[in-house]
Design a protein around this ligand. Structure first.
Ligand SMILES: [Zn+2]
Length: 420
């Protein structure tokens, strides 16, 4: 243990060439603390013993990776409304797992909100997973293969493909030797001063198997090893690593398993309407009513009251209520600002979501039952909602970095990135 710890030594961030933001996808503040206490992640533990500090931070709704990355890359004041939603302009369903959908959204946003980009070119992609062929022709990075191609092209045309301050955004299920070698090469030749790496394996195992499952804990243990390697590589290149998570996760129970029928089957009689569309995002769901007709606020309100009396749903938001967005909980109504469980951050976050032009006519959140978040999808743990650690994330940064006065993870990292 001591030998390992001694390898990570304190850095002087004021002399840094830039930051490497390392995202542990889906690790809540609570699970991080638990993993530190049980010595599951000694590499991260040793950072904290060597001039790094742990900052608890928060994320707004919906608590998902894409929302975090949109806010980090473009504007913390803008959110995406879920992992699936209805684009009311086109009448089409948008999904964050579809490359074309995200590309359209990203193009729309980047016109108005340049931040990380200095020279008007796109630096990052919000995609994950496989590398579409069209990415190969652009300065976007989401995969080691693209990175390797680009490094080869940089060698052929020095100075053309990269500019200082460029962001490299990388998604990795695991840090393989090949990924690491590509990354090291990029650090050496790119001149980029900001890197963003998403380590996804903990989130993926958590959804599939649950947070306490041996495979999920093993994924976190492995991430700790990968981070130790990354920290060494960063420092060899004069870059400063910063760790964080984009959202937390809650242990979950699927709605259907808890109540015997699917949310859709429940909504059909409960909403009093048959022309509705239900788009679930884990612990949250958008419901669009009266698809063929005109929006009826009174019908939406009676549906919200009825639905919010279900023990598996808490709360229901009716965004387009005549008196402004309303929160329904346990069958009763609360306007924003006087709900008993609200804190400022949650209230602002629910407001932001309610005023999104593509938000559902009703926004449903799964309730907490015996320490589990009711999940509108079939997963062992979930996010997008607000209960049981889904909002609570963290940043682990050098104590000497110029730290922003905010508890919002995306704002925190944006400030760090721009005050180097
Ligand atoms: Zn996830």
């Amino acid at each position: 243990m001591n030998a390992i710890r001694n390898k990570i030594t304190a850095n002087r961030p004021c002399e840094t060439k830039g930051y490497v933001f390392i995202q542990i996808d889906g690790l809540s503040f609570k699970e991080l603390k638990h993993a530190l206490e049980t010595d599951l992640i000694p590499g991260i533990g040793s950072l904290l013993e060597n001039n790094y500090l742990l900052y608890p931070t928060l994320n707004p709704l919906p608590t998902n990776t894409l929302n975090f990355q949109f806010r980090f890359l473009y504007s913390p004041d803008r959110i995406i409304p879920g992992s699936r939603w209805l684009d009311r302009n086109s009448g089409k369903i948008v999904s964050i797992t579809r490359f074309a959908h995200m590309k359209r959204l990203e193009n729309r946003l980047k016109m108005k909100h340049d931040f990380i980009r200095d020279d008007g070119r796109l630096f990052g992609t919000l995609l994950k997973g496989k590398t579409p062929a069209e990415l190969r022709a652009s300065p976007i990075f989401n995969h080691a293969a693209v990175l390797a191609d680009t490094i080869a092209s940089v060698a052929r045309h020095p100075g053309r493909s990269f500019q200082p301050r460029q962001l490299l955004l990388l998604f990795m299920e695991r840090l393989t030797r090949r990924n690491l070698n590509s990354l090291k090469k990029a650090m050496r030749v790119s001149g980029a001063s900001l890197y963003y790496i998403n380590l996804m394996s903990y989130d993926q195992a958590g959804h599939k198997l649950g947070l306490g499952h041996g495979v999920t804990l093993h994924a976190l243990r492995e991430i700790d090893d990968q981070i130790r390697t990354l920290v060494r590589s960063c420092r060899n290149e004069g870059l400063t690593p910063v760790l964080f998570s984009d959202h937390g996760m809650a242990p979950s129970i699927p709605f259907k398993k808890a109540f015997g029928l699917s949310l859709k089957e429940y909504l059909y009689p409960a909403s009093g309407q048959n022309d509705f569309l239900m788009l679930p995002s884990g612990n949250m769901a958008h419901v669009y009513l009266n698809l063929d007709g005109k929006y009826r606020a009174d019908l939406a309100e009676s549906a919200a009251r009825k639905i919010s009396s279900h023990p598996g749903i808490d709360p229901v938001i009716q965004p387009r209520h005549p008196d402004g967005p309303q929160v329904f909980s346990g069958g009763g109504t609360h306007s924003f600002g006087n709900h008993p469980w609200e804190d400022d951050h949650l209230r602002n976050s629910m407001n932001l979501l309610a005023f999104h032009p593509d938000a559902g006519d009703l926004i449903l959140f799964g309730a907490a039952i015996d320490g589990n978040a009711v999940n509108f999808m079939n997963q062992k743990s979930c996010h997008n909602g607000w209960i049981l650690g889904q909002r609570e994330s963290f940043v682990i940064a050098p104590s000497s970095a110029a730290l922003p006065e905010t508890d919002d993870t995306a704002r925190f990292l944006r400030t760090l990135a721009s005050t180097r």
